[in-house]
Write a protein of this length. Structure first.
Length: 142
């Protein structure tokens, strides 16, 4: 009887610890999606923390200084789908037109348009081949 009680008590403690661990990891979870995946069902991700992956559309970067902070807006594109990204603060050195970017932030609905309010930008370092490929694609589109 005493041994059975110890086993049950041990199992309940392990179960409770696993539950707490699972719950705490889920509260900090972020989605990692490409632009077209987010825009397929944007209401699902509204007001949710997520990372959105895409390419900076050529000519879409607008930067201005407000209240001694740099604010930028740009279009992130992937597979023909586009989303506007708002960001304040420093940007990666490799952030430019046609660069591959992962923006971490919150998806919000502004006047019927879904936008990502980014807290962080991570620009990937493209290989020379990838950069040439994106440049050729931009020339074809224009």
């Amino acid at each position: 009887m005493n041994r059975t009680l110890k086993i049950l008590l041990s199992l309940s403690i392990i179960g409770a610890a696993a539950g707490v661990l699972l719950y705490s990891s889920m509260s900090e979870a972020e989605y990692y999606k490409h632009v077209h995946e987010v825009l397929k069902d944007p209401q699902r991700f509204e007001n949710t923390s997520l990372k959105v992956h895409g390419f900076v559309e050529a000519g879409s970067i607008v930067e201005e200084i407000r209240d001694q902070n740099i604010h930028r807006s740009f279009i992130l594109e992937y597979e023909g789908q586009r989303i506007r990204v708002q960001h304040s603060g420093p940007k990666p050195d490799t952030f430019r037109d046609l660069s591959e970017v992962v923006a971490r932030g919150t998806l919000v609905n502004r006047d019927g348009e879904f936008q990502l309010e980014a807290e962080e930008l991570m620009a990937k370092c493209p290989s020379k081949y990838e950069e040439n490929k994106r440049s050729r694609q931009a020339e074809i589109v224009q």
